[in-house]
Design a protein around this ligand. Structure first.
Ligand SMILES: Cc1cc2nc3c(=O)[nH]c(=O)nc-3n(C[C@H](O)[C@H](O)[C@H](O)COP(=O)(O)OP(=O)(O)OC[C@H]3O[C@@H](n4cnc5c(N)ncnc54)[C@H](O)[C@@H]3O)c2cc1C
Length: 381
């Protein structure tokens, strides 16, 4: 299971696993049923470093490598899909762009409070009501310079953490002429007048991870809230999504692992035709398939994280790992329900919830179709 983890990574894995087992997993069902964010657990994550997985140490970051960051999200996914998604989005989407492209002043002002857990969380708004996969052509939210401010107008959709975030890194069009250099990222504090965060969407799963439509009505922020250079927004968004795909892939491995463990347990308890169902070969095959696929996905996720840590290109590998891990998780969760028979369809057993949570993973941070386009692009010439 440990794919050559070093001593430090193993200790980190155990620390996060023990924390999740004590504080996150026992609450997963309640979080799903009440759709309430598990602030009690998240408040304890700051000191552990789980809120600063992508932040530099001098700005409150955990100082862990990319494999350890993936391990943390995998363990959270094993405990609770909702909590894991919120923390994955906080680290990989809301914090990472500031860590990678932000000025020292932006890191101090925005990143440090959320990385240490002194503030709330971080969010990223790329998607709009009319555009998700096609950000380059579809983003209509615009920002116009007026004096020493940006004035932002438009609407975003599906923004994870918006209501529990200090700020939303927002993709806007700064050049109405269009093209790949017409987009920019701007940091928008959530208490800025004119920013409206709609009530949380009612979703199929991940109910304890709040997702919101956000509208910007003459939202004014200082010019210095621009992230990096004007016109680099698309590049920054795509680079952020590369990292985010490691997180969503790791989260999916965690979900699959939880469903797998539940299915193996159940297969020992349930008897049919005179023996525990684990002794029927059809059940063993589903167990073996799940074990193989989880192992392959985990290994691939660690490999991509390693590439990222080495500073090597990882766009193609992140798309492969994310697509494989998320589709794998859906199948493993589907079969975990199958192994449970009728009980698997009941809310009494965790596999029903995990299956609903897993369903998002092939959609968020690049759908399976978009990721296949990213992979195929390498073989077109
Ligand atoms: C729970 C949840 C949380 C989310 N969190 C965030 C967040 O924090 N921040 C954020 O910015 N977004 C977030 N999203 C949005 C998510 O990233 C988008 O839903 C996703 O990128 C797909 O975009 P879309 O929904 O607009 O679908 P579309 O882009 O409209 O796609 C619809 C269908 O068409 C397919 N398609 C599109 N283009 C092509 C093509 N060229 N070739 C083949 N097929 C294609 C897609 O694969 C999909 O099957 C979240 C979504 C959900 C549901």
């Amino acid at each position: 299971m440990d794919f050559d983890l070093n001593e430090e990574q193993r200790m980190w894995q155990k620390a996060v696993h023990d924390f999740v087992a004590a504080e996150v997993k026992p609450k997963a069902r309640e979080v799903d049923e009440t759709a309430e964010f598990n602030w009690a657990a998240v408040r304890k994550m700051g000191p552990l470093g789980l809120l600063g997985l992508n932040a530099p140490e001098e700005f409150g970051g955990a100082g862990v490598d990319a494999i350890s960051a993936a391990i943390a999200i995998e363990e959270l996914g094993w405990g609770c899909g909702s909590t894991a998604l919120a923390i994955a989005a906080h680290n990989s989407l809301g914090s990472a762009p500031i860590a990678k492209f932000g000025s020292e002043a932006q890191k101090k002002k925005f990143l440090e409070p959320v990385a240490t857990g002194k503030g709330k969380l971080a969010a990223l708004a790329l998607t709009e009501p009319g555009a998700g996969s096609d950000l380059r052509g579809g983003v209509t939210t615009k920002a116009v310079r007026e004096g020493n401010e940006w004035v932002i107008n438009g609407a975003k959709m599906w923004c994870t953490n918006a209501s529990i975030a200090d700020y939303i890194v927002t993709l806007v069009r700064t050049d109405p002429a269009g093209g790949s250099h017409s987009l920019s990222m701007i940091i928008v504090p959530t208490d800025t007048p004119g920013l409206h965060i709609a009530p949380a969407e009612k979703k199929m799963g991940l109910k304890g991870s709040p997702t919101h439509a956000v509208t910007y009505e003459n939202v004014r922020v200082p010019l210095e809230n621009l992230l990096g250079d004007e016109g680099r927004g698309l590049h920054q968004a795509l680079a952020t999504l590369d990292g985010g795909r490691i997180g969503i892939g790791a989260l999916s491995v965690g979900l699959a692992q939880a469903a797998f463990e539940a299915a193996v347990d159940y297969s020992h308890q349930r008897a049919a035709f005179g023996k525990p169902i684990v002794h029927h070969q059809a059940i063993q095959w589903m167990i073996a398939e799940a074990a193989m696929n989880i192992e392959v996905a985990r290994t691939m996720i660690y490999k991509v994280a390693w590439l990222k840590e080495q500073g090597r290109p990882f766009t193609r590998e992140a798309a492969i790992a994310k697509t494989f891990a998320t589709e794998m998780a859906e199948t493993v969760c589907r079969n975990a329900i199958q192994i449970h028979g009728g009980y698997g369809y009941s809310r009494e057993y965790p596999v029903e919830r995990i299956y609903r949570d897993a369903r998002l993973m092939t959609i968020g941070e690049g759908t399976s179709e978009v990721n296949r386009i990213v992979i195929a692009r390498y073989y077109l010439d």
